[in-house]
Design a binder for this molecule. Structure first.
Ligand SMILES: [Zn+2]
Length: 440
C-alpha cells in the first residue's frame, strides 16, 4: 500500500487507453509470434510469484469477493488469466502520524492497529480455507508453494506491511508468524516505534535508523524465520538491518533509485548491502517509483476530466480508484471506446503530456538491478490494489507481459525462473533454515 500524492495518476486515462489496446506490446509479425510462443512456454513452466498485493478484507470474505472479476487489479479470474501462480497478500496497517494523534504511540493506537492486522490475517485464512479452497491454498514455505502449484492450484502467502501493530509487545512477532506471516516490514510511511521511515528525508528523523526495540524485533524475526522486509524503511534503518540481520533480507516492493530518484527506492549502496546478506529486491511495478513523470498542465488535466465526464467514467484520485476506472473503460461498448480513444488522441495532440511509466521502463529497473547484483538477487512485485499503474502490467491478468518483455530482452528460462519467484523462495527457505539452526 502506498499512500502518497501521485502526479502520474493524472495520466491514467492514457495509461488505460494504451493498456487496453496493447499498442505497445501486441504487434503481430512472424518474429513476434515466435518470441511470444517461446515466452508463453516459459511462463507456463516457471512459478510466477508476486510478493506484494494489497487487499481489503471485504474483497476476500464479502458476498462478492476475489473469486469473481471485481473492479480490482488482483482477483482470482485475473490471476488465472495472467498465469500468476502465487502471491503474498499484504497485511497492511496504516498508522497516524505522531504529530497528528497523541494516541499513535500509545496503547490505544497499537490496539486499533493490532485488531486490523488480525482481521486481515483472518480474512486471508478464511478465503483460502472456506471461500475458495478448490482454487487457492495457503503456503508457509517454498515446499508448500511448489506442491500447491504442482497440483494446479494457486498459492497464497502473507507478509506484514508495517510493524506498528506489534506495539511494544515482542510476543506479537511470534503470534504473527503463527498466523502465517513470512515477511514483515518494520515501517510504512511515517516513523513508528521500531524504525525510521523513508519519509524522514522530508520530515526529519526520529531514531536515526532503528529504535532499540526495532533491533530486538529484527533478532526475533531471525529467530522465528520471518524475512525482514526493508521496503518503506529509511536508508539508515535499512543499512542497520542489513548489518544486524543473521539471515538474508528482502525488499518486498521497491525499485532502483538510480533510475527514479524517490525516497522509497534503493540506491546502489543499499542494493549492494542487501546482496551481501544474500537477499533479494522484488522490483515493484508502481508507476511513481518506476518513472518520475511531469505533472499534467492544467489545460490537459481539465480536458481529461471533461472526457471522463462525457463518458461517465469515475475520478482517478487514488490508488484504489485505478482498477475501478480501468474496469469502467472496459465496460464501454466498442463504439464508445472508439470515440473515447479518438478523444484521447485529440487531447494528446492539443495538450501533450509526459508519457506514463510502461513495461519497458519497469523492466529497465530489473535490468539495472541484475547488472549490479547478479541474477540471484532480483525478483518481481506489483503492489496491485495499493498502487501498480505501469502500462502493460496494470492488473494480474497482464502478468504474462512481464515474461514476454524479459524474453524479448534475452533472458533465458532459468533466469526468468529466478526472477519470477525462484530467488524469493530460496531466501525464504534460507531464512527458515537459519531460524532452525539458531534453535539448536
Ligand atoms: Zn507499500
Amino acid at each position: 500500500m502506498i499512500l502518497k500524492c501521485m502526479p502520474a495518476l493524472i495520466l491514467l486515462v492514457s495509461v488505460i487507453f494504451m493498456s487496453l489496446h496493447s499498442s505497445v506490446f501486441g504487434q503481430t509479425s512472424p518474429a513476434n509470434d515466435v518470441l511470444r510462443k517461446r515466452a508463453r512456454a516459459i511462463h507456463e513452466k516457471v512459478i510466477a510469484l508476486d510478493t506484494h498485493i494489497d487487499f481489503s478484507p471485504a474483497h476476500l470474505t464479502g458476498e462478492r469477493n476475489y473469486t469473481e472479476r471485481l473492479d480490482t487489479q488482483f482477483n482470482l479470474p485475473n490471476m488465472i488469466d495472467g498465469g500468476l501462480a502465487g502471491l503474498f497478500f499484504s497485511i497492511f496497517v496504516p498508522q497516524t502520524r505522531e504529530s497528528q494523534n497523541a494516541e499513535a504511540f500509545a496503547a490505544a493506537g497499537y490496539e486499533r492497529a493490532y485488531k486490523l492486522a488480525v482481521e486481515k490475517f483472518d480474512a486471508v485464512q478464511r478465503f483460502a480455507r472456506e471461500i475458495a479452497p478448490d482454487k487457492i491454498e495457503l503456503a508457509l514455505n517454498s515446499t508448500d508453494a511448489r506442491r500447491i502449484h504442482a497440483r494446479g492450484k494457486k498459492f497464497a502467502l502473507m507478509g506484514v506491511e508495517n510493524g506498528y501493530p506489534i506495539g511494544n509487545d515482542i510476543a506479537r512477532v511470534k503470534e504473527f508468524y503463527e498466523r502465517g506471516a513470512r515477511y514483515l516490514s518494520l515501517t510504512h510511511n511515517g516513523h513508528n516505534q521500531l524504525a525510521d521511515s523513508h519519509t524522514g528525508e522530508r520530515d526529519g528523523w526520529k531514531w536515526n535508523g532503528l529504535s532499540p526495540f526495532g533491533k530486538q524485533v529484527v533478532a526475533e524475526m531471525n529467530r522465528l524465520g520471518i524475512m525482514v522486509d526493508v521496503s518503506h524503511a529509511s536508508k539508515e534503518a535499512m543499512m542497520q538491518i542489513a548489518g544486524l540481520s543473521k539471515a538474508p533480507i528482502i525488499a518486498s516492493h521497491s525499485a532502483v533509485r538510480a533510475l527514479c530518484d524517490v525516497s522509497r527506492n534503493m540506491d546502489d549502496e543499499q542494493l549492494l548491502a542487501l546482496k551481501k546478506t544474500g537477499g533479494v529486491i522484488q522490483v515493484v511495478a508502481y508507476d511513481g517509483f518506476v518513472k518520475t513523470s511531469k505533472p499534467d498542465s492544467s489545460e490537459r488535466a481539465a480536458a481529461l476530466a471533461a472526457a471522463r465526464k462525457d463518458f461517465n467514467l469515475p475520478e482517478t484520485v487514488g490508488p484504489g480508484q485505478r482498477a475501478r476506472f480501468q474496469a469502467s473503460v472496459k465496460k464501454l461498448s466498442a463504439k464508445q471506446r472508439a470515440e473515447y480513444e479518438k478523444k484521447l488522441a485529440d487531447i494528446d495532440k492539443q495538450h501533450p503530456g509526459d508519457a506514463p511509466a510502461n513495461l519497458k521502463d519497469f523492466v529497465d529497473h530489473i535490468d539495472y538491478a541484475v547488472k549490479l547484483l547478479g541474477i540471484d538477487h532480483v525478483g518481481i512485485s506489483s503492489d496491485f490494489d495499493g498502487g501498480g499503474g505501469v502500462v502493460g502490467w496494470n492488473d494480474a491478468s497482464e502478468t504474462f507481459n512481464v515474461t514476454l518483455e524479459l524474453v524479448r530482452r534475452g533472458y533465458a528460462e532459468e533466469q526468468i525462473e529466478k526472477l519470477w519467484g525462484g530467488n524469493l523462495l530460496r531466501v525464504m527457505d534460507e531464512v527458515q533454515r537459519i531460524a532452525r539452526e539458531m534453535l539448536k
